[in-house]
Design a protein around this ligand. Structure first.
Ligand code: TEU
Length: 546
């Protein structure tokens, strides 16, 4: 694979539990993914990123790993995984694993040992500290509450930046790092083609002291993180043909250039989440506000330009398993024509940016938030904790549920909608989480039949990325940043310039740029006299005259 190849790739994210169930236990599995490879091949994606498939008690849906070497029983066996790899490779589709090495499950044998005594060989694999009339510091867990859990037997606290059952690993411990390298090499030898590193910028903690930002500034992009990544790479994928992406929590453009600039030999690309906080009033996730369009553009474009100028590389995405559905969030899912149209607009706007585009399962057919009405329908640990906290803080049940409806991670975790069959064709049993009620209209089978569907827009965008180097290599220039309706930018490469202009509003507006009707790459509606109807997006290319 040449450098150019990975840069031209489009990744499709699979959340295995909700993708396709072949056993009838209500949870998706690896054979279910194999069954759908022809569909993914039809769509044209290059990589599949599978969220964690390892053995896990599943308190955080697999991000709490108890055995890095074993495939979770519900998902299948190692043989199924090898079969998936082979069958994907036959179709020229590559497989990217999710590597969670900031923490393990507290059921991982390392932690079980670590917890036994202060002088256990594995004690130092995790972060243990003495309390001081309570937890060692004021750090807060990302899932609510203090980030230290007390262990009575050894009279110390262990750190968990996420759930109490996700203990943070101690990256200052050499043996622990060697064990991690060995594990990654195991998957490399099986033939995997890429890695997504979960919250990888949190692995280096600074001092363990109270802090105004409840710990964030002390463990985000910590002092040794770049060193750890260089070592990780040198000991594992350095000479391999693999694509890597780091998930970076609350990071900066400057740091991400360091993570991804090729000469620094760390990672290929990064996910950052700043553009997905534009509907958080004062940074608070569990509250509702309409999203700030100008801010969305500003953040996306700052990252586009900043990373490009620094010779780094972005992963570009609207959604993943931690985010609400994009068409419900930045589009319009209120009526059928608008849902499809705005879903296509969002796809076009994102896929012509610079970086590696990611599609989250179901996004390609415009799946929406499910609008759950009862707390019993939620499964996600973060959502359930947030619900309890909101009630304790005095919110009514209805208020708390309304917030979850918009913000819960379960919004994107409902089963993939394959057909009009029972449970959307996802399972013959009872799904582990409810299917969205709109599956009779929104499903793959219907979308395949209709060449005007959202699915075909995604298929075309993937093809365009493979065929037009300007999408991969072109520089990027933001346009009309203060316009309240239009999202526009220009890409330039060699003797061509590409314009992407999208009307994110419910009113028609005139395109500020003259559209070149002779060279339109993609559009989601007819544009007459340069008038962009609501949610219209259009992309065209001009020759630069010398
Ligand atoms: O997410 C890390 C992360 O910081 C967020 O996206 C997080 O889920 C969000 O802030 C909560 O509001 C990764 C995984 O993608 C997520 O599913 C895991 O729960 C988390 O790490 C812990 O492993």
């Amino acid at each position: 694979m040449s450098l150019m190849d990975w840069k031209k790739s489009v990744v499709y994210q699979i959340y295995p539990a909700s993708f396709n169930d072949t056993t009838g236990n209500g949870k998706g599995d690896l054979r279910g993914i194999i069954e759908k490879l022809d569909y993914l091949d039809f769509l044209g994606v290059d990589y599949l990123w599978l969220t964690p498939i390892y053995e896990s008690p599943f308190n955080d849906n697999g991000y709490d790993i108890s055995n890095y070497y074993k495939v979770n029983e519900d998902f299948g066996t190692k043989d199924d995984f090898i079969d998936l790899l082979e069958q994907a490779h036959d179709r020229n589709i590559k497989i990217m694993m999710d590597i969670v090495i900031n923490h393990t499950s507290t059921e991982h044998p390392w932690f079980l040992e670590s917890k036994k005594s202060r002088d256990n060989k594995y004690r130092d694999y995790y972060i243990w500290r003495d309390g001081q009339d309570g937890p060692p510091t004021n750090w807060e867990s990302k899932f609510g509450g203090n980030a230290w859990a007390y262990d009575q037997e050894t009279d110390q606290y262990y750190l968990h930046l996420f759930d109490i059952t996700q203990a943070d690993l101690n990256w200052e411990n050499e043996e622990m790092k060697q064990d991690i390298y060995e594990m990654i090499n195991y998957w490399l030898e099986l033939g995997v083609d890429g890695f997504r590193f979960d919250v990888i910028n949190l692995i280096s903690k600074d001092q363990y002291i109270d802090s105004p930002a409840i710990g964030k500034e002390l463990y985000t992009d910590g002092p040794n993180v770049h060193q750890y990544l260089k070592e990780l790479r040198a000991n594992t994928f350095q000479d391999k043909d693999v694509m890597t992406v780091g998930e970076m929590s609350s990071t900066t453009i400057e740091e991400c250039i360091k993570y991804t600039k090729p000469s620094r030999k760390e990672l290929n690309s990064v996910f950052n989440f700043h553009h997905l906080k534009v509907d958080y009033p004062n940074g608070e996730k569990w509250a509702i506000m309409p999203y700030d369009f100008i801010e969305l553009k500003r953040i996306l474009m700052d990252w586009q330009v900043g990373i490009d100028q620094g010779n780094g590389w972005n992963a570009i995405f609207w959604c993943n398993h931690d985010q609400p559905r994009v068409v419900s969030r930045f589009g319009n899912d209120s009526t059928e024509p608008l849902r499809q149209k705005s879903a296509k607009m969002l796809a076009i706007t994102l896929h012509c940016l610079k970086g590696t585009p990611y599609i989250y399962q179901g996004e390609e057919i415009g799946m929406t938030n499910p609008n759950f009405n009862s707390i019993d329908q939620y499964r996600d640990v973060e959502s359930l904790n947030a619900y309890d906290i909101m009630l304790k803080e005095g919110k009514s049940n209805t208020e708390a549920l309304n917030i979850l409806k918009e913000k819960s991670r379960d919004n994107s975790r409902t089963p993939m909608q394959w057909s009009t069959n029972r449970h959307a064709g996802f399972t013959s049993g009872t799904p582990w989480i409810d299917v969205a009620e709109n599956y009779k209209t929104i499903n793959v089978a219907e979308a395949m039949k209709d060449e005007q569907s959202v699915l075909y827009t995604y298929k075309s965008l993937i093809k365009l990325r493979h065929e037009h180097d300007i999408l991969t290599c072109g520089s990027i220039e933001p346009l009309m940043m203060n316009n309240e309706s239009i999202f526009a930018y220009k890409r330039t490469y060699q003797d061509k310039e590409l314009f992407c202009v999208a009307n994110f509003s419910k009113e028609a507006v005139k395109s500020p740029y003259e559209i070149n009707d002779n060279n339109i790459l993609i559009k989601n509606d007819e544009v007459i006299d340069d008038i962009l109807e609501p949610y219209t997006a259009i992309v065209w290319v001009n020759e630069i005259k010398g």
